[in-house]
Design a protein around this ligand. Structure first.
Ligand code: NDP
Ligand code: 2IT
Length: 452
């Protein structure tokens, strides 16, 4: 086929929209990647001929199932569960499980698609997948969560395996849920194997895994700043979320001498002008993982802090920003407010937290902007190292894992900067860089397999 016969970006996207009717998050994620890949492959006939992008944007399979469980009042409850196996060209499917009432097929397809590029960027042999359920863990007792996790795994186990598909945590799935699911997998199969990551260290988990996503997002930020001769020390920072990623990102910012002003949850955000130091971060971790309370309680406990109900932290003046809650939590207006307030760099701990309009605002203003698929890859990278340790049947020391995490984030920064730099080497478009670097490895593997 001659190059001029190829569909253009808009024709390609029209097809994606038609085939995935109403799946707005998935369509958004594909567009963000496709606009860069179309430029990159314009003169690369082999990728066109093999329809590589079209194939990556069509999950290998989507498994959907019923999850039935009994609540503490003996009511029978029915939830929906999914596993989206997007692409396993470079390794077994790998990606988290999300439990949240908003979970649907579109959200999991977008996450599995993004995961494919992210996992490729880590340099480790992992394909892309994602799963989850519309189960709402909020307000549920430990035994309800256990029964749900067991029921979820009773179906999921047949679709996963240490060389097939290796799930991990995401929103609403942390150490407690991984424990219940791993226990059920082991019970059903009678096999102890590294089928999940994010396990506790007592039963095959890796040191540094809980910290890895948040720390990694700050390492990426540090690398971007360094690229421009700057650093984190002394800089004010706004962070959204108050879960695993947000609290560990805050911890690393504080360790590097930055000042964290905000955290949030779905109820609103807290602003602490005194700075959220390590002691306060420990209090938030305990609030969220033990007492399972709301971030509003922070403002009752720490005197100078204020709680802003139903609001997001993006209008608080700061130099650095780390969105660490969820997708589309930072829109165009908020991005404009941040630019006006003098933000210099944004590093995404969450997956696709900035809308397409918000991303354009950051690019137009030449703000250093790291998309989630590059900035939050530290989590899945240490998951990959957890798989290696499980296969070797050894446990590596914290120091070694910490060094590896830093090296991997530095490498992802370098790759993204290489493919994302403009002609004169000035502004780096990290979205473009991450998309191309992530795509290339997967695409070349797919070419090697022929038409499959
Ligand atoms: P947690 O469940 O630990 O925390 C999620 C946080 O985000 C909570 O503060 C939660 O508030 C908030 N949140 C969730 N949904 C919404 C919403 N719809 N609106 C506003 N706030 C919301 O999850 P993680 O910290 O693990 O995940 C956070 C983000 O990071 C997600 O985008 C996830 O995909 C991404 N990520 C996670 C990785 C990991 O290793 N865990 C790896 C890479 C990316 P509330 O308690 O009120 O729900
Ligand atoms: O979005 C993500 O990268 C994760 N939730 C972590 C995936 C993993 O397999 O560790």
């Amino acid at each position: 086929m001659a190059v001029s016969d190829h569909v253009n970006l808009e024709q390609f996207m029209a097809g994606v929209e038609k085939r995935n009717m109403g799946q707005t998050e998935f369509i958004q994620a594909v567009r963000e990647v496709a606009q860069d890949i179309f430029d990159f492959i314009a003169d690369k006939e082999e990728y066109h001929e093999a329809q590589i992008l079209r194939r990556i944007a069509e999950p290998d399979r989507v498994v959907s199932f019923r999850v039935c469980w009994e609540d503490d009042n003996h009511n029978i409850r029915v939830q929906r569960g999914w596993r989206v196996q997007n692409n396993n060209a470079i390794g077994p499917y790998k990606g988290g499980i999300r439990f949240h009432p908003s979970v649907n097929e579109s959200i999991l397809k977008f996450l599995a698609f993004e995961q494919t590029f992210k996992n490729s960027l880590t340099g480790l042999p992992m394909g892309g997948g994602k799963g989850g359920s519309n189960f709402n863990p909020k307000g549920k007792s430990d035994s309800e969560v256990m029964r749900f996790c067991q029921s979820f795994m009773t179906e999921l186990y047949r679709h996963i395996g240490p060389d097939t598909d290796v799930p991990a945590g995401d929103i609403g799935v942390g150490g407690r849920e991984i424990g219940y699911m791993f226990g059920q997998y082991k019970r059903i199969t009678n096999r102890w194997e590294g089928v999940l990551t994010g396990k506790a260290v007592e039963y095959g988990g890796s040191q540094m895994r809980p910290e890895a996503t948040g720390y990694g997002a700050v390492y990426f930020l540090q690398n971007m700043l360094k690229h421009q001769g700057q650093d984190v020390e002394g800089r004010t920072t706004i962070i959204s979320g108050s879960g695993n990623v947000a609290t560990h990102a805050a911890e690393k910012i504080v360790e590097l001498g930055g000042k964290v002003l905000t955290l949030s949850d779905s109820g609103g955000f807290i602003h602490d002008p005194d700075g959220i130091d390590q002691e306060k971060i420990n209090w938030v971790k305990e609030l969220k993982t033990e007492r399972r309370g709301r971030i509003s309680e922070y403002a009752d406990h720490f005197t100078n802090a204020t709680f802003h109900e139903g609001a997001r932290p993006w209008r608080v003046e700061a130099e650095l920003a780390l969105p660490c809650a969820t997708q589309n939590e930072l829109n165009g207006d908020e991005a404009r407010a941040m630019v006006k307030n003098g933000v210099i760099a944004v590093s995404e701990g969450a997956n696709m937290p900035t809308t397409l309009e918000g991303v354009d605002v950051f690019h137009d203003a030449h703000i250093m902007y790291a998309p989630g698929k590059a900035a939050n890859a530290g989590g899945v990278a240490v998951s990959g190292l957890e798989m290696s340790q499980n296969s070797e049947r050894v446990s590596w020391h914290t120091e070694r894992l910490g060094d590896l995490l830093q090296d991997i984030m530095k490498d992802i920064h370098e790759k993204s900067a290489e493919y994302g730099s403009d002609e004169d080497g000035g502004y780096v478009n990290y979205v473009k860089g991450a998309n191309i670097a992530g795509f290339k490895k997967v695409a070349d593997a797919m070419l090697a397999f022929g038409v499959v």
